[in-house]
Design a binder for this molecule. Structure first.
Ligand SMILES: *Cc1c(COP(=O)(O)O)cnc(C)c1O
Length: 342
């Protein structure tokens, strides 16, 4: 018996494709890949990867081998950003994805197990994953068959000197590793301009409707639409309150819809009194506190909305992030398993 979920995450595939096409255009001569780690930033990795592959995307990035295995049946070109632990060797040797090697031990492990085409992460200043620029200069990668040499920008969403320093350190390795391609830019890095694009870009956030830099607005559309069913409609008389701690008091008689959605679903409590549902372009404000599994919206202007109807939440990531203080990345990846994804 399949019980229909009372909340769903609608993924606007047209918007997803349109965002990828925009990022591909902005990437100029570089190819444009897609970061689909963390279940496609919460939207559903298979759905996202399948849609983007059909649109022409050729390079997909996941964090770990289990994520790669989940996408393996699609037959895509996958790179595993978190490299190659000893535990990963059987998966890596199965050949459905390339490891992005990021330590001397991983490089040795790959060589000793037979080698083959791989990617390599080089650290240019973020001090997260990657071998050092100096180690590459000293010949650490000699003999490897490298498809893509990768580095990652720490501050691409800001205009700071560190971007240029990282770019220069990375560019200094051009022609020194035998890598077929070089890749530096994430979503925000694409917006930094042509000298950051190298051969391949790796957007994540912007594909899914996040706005990595203000100057990229106008190119990107909302992809993720949380939707929930109305469980109850009620009249709240003037002077009464709604929700935990009675933070909202009705200034006049108010029609309220209670939706099957709350912070346990990833609709953050920080959006209490700030978020809204949307119906036919009209904004229906969230009233009072967001509960664990429920929230209330004002439907006074919409007498047509009844118990059992569905409402979409306004989930413009840049706006919701500015309102709530929660990063756009967390607003996406926090959307919980209780959503039916379609
Ligand atoms: C997550 C990730 C990306 C994508 O970053 P966005 O900021 O979401 O565009 C690209 N490259 C690496 C190495 C990553 O970890």
């Amino acid at each position: 018996m399949e019980i229909p979920a009372p909340l769903r995450l609608r993924v606007d595939r047209d918007a997803l494709v349109s965002n990828w096409q925009a990022l591909d255009r902005l990437s100029g001569a570089a190819a444009c890949g897609a970061a689909v780690k963390a279940n496609g930033y919460g939207l559903g990795a298979r759905l996202v990867a399948e849609t983007l592959a059909k649109a022409g995307c050729r390079d997909f990035f996941v964090a770990n081998w289990a994520e790669a295995q989940g996408l393996a049946p699609l037959g895509l070109t996958l790179s595993v950003l978190h490299g190659l632990r000893a535990e990963d060797l059987p998966a890596a040797r199965a050949g459905f994805a390339r490891p992005v090697l990021s330590t001397p031990q991983q490089i040795a492990r790959w060589r000793d197990s037979g080698g083959g085409v791989c990617d390599v992460m080089v650290d240019t200043g973020m001090n997260r994953l990657g071998v050092s620029v100096q180690a590459v200069r000293d010949g650490l990668l000699e003999g490897l068959t490298i498809e893509t040499l990768i580095s990652h920008l720490a501050c691409a969403d800001e205009d700071v000197p560190m971007n240029g320093h990282q770019r220069e350190a990375f560019a200094s390795l051009k022609g020194r590793t035998g890598a077929r391609r070089m890749s530096l830019a994430n979503s925000a890095g694409i917006g930094l301009g042509a000298e950051y694009h190298f051969d391949l870009t790796r957007p994540g956030l912007a594909l899914y409707g996040g706005l990595p830099r203000p100057d990229m607005a106008g190119h990107l559309r909302q992809v993720a639409w949380p939707e929930a069913q109305i469980l109850q409609r009620r009249l709240v008389p003037a002077g009464e309150t709604v929700g935990y701690n009675a933070t909202w008091t009705a200034p006049a008689d108010t029609e309220v819809a209670i939706l099957n959605l709350g912070y346990a679903d990833g609709y953050r409590r920080a959006l209490s009194g700030l978020g809204a549902a949307v119906a036919d372009g009209e904004s229906l404000p969230v009233l009072g506190r967001v509960s664990m599994d429920l929230l209330a919206v004002d439907v006074t202007t919409r007498p047509d909305l009844a118990e059992g109807d569905w409402l979409a939440m306004d989930y413009d990531l840049a706006t919701a992030s500015a309102a709530s203080g929660v990063s756009q990345y967390e607003l996406l990846t926090g959307l919980a398993p209780r959503f039916a994804r379609a």
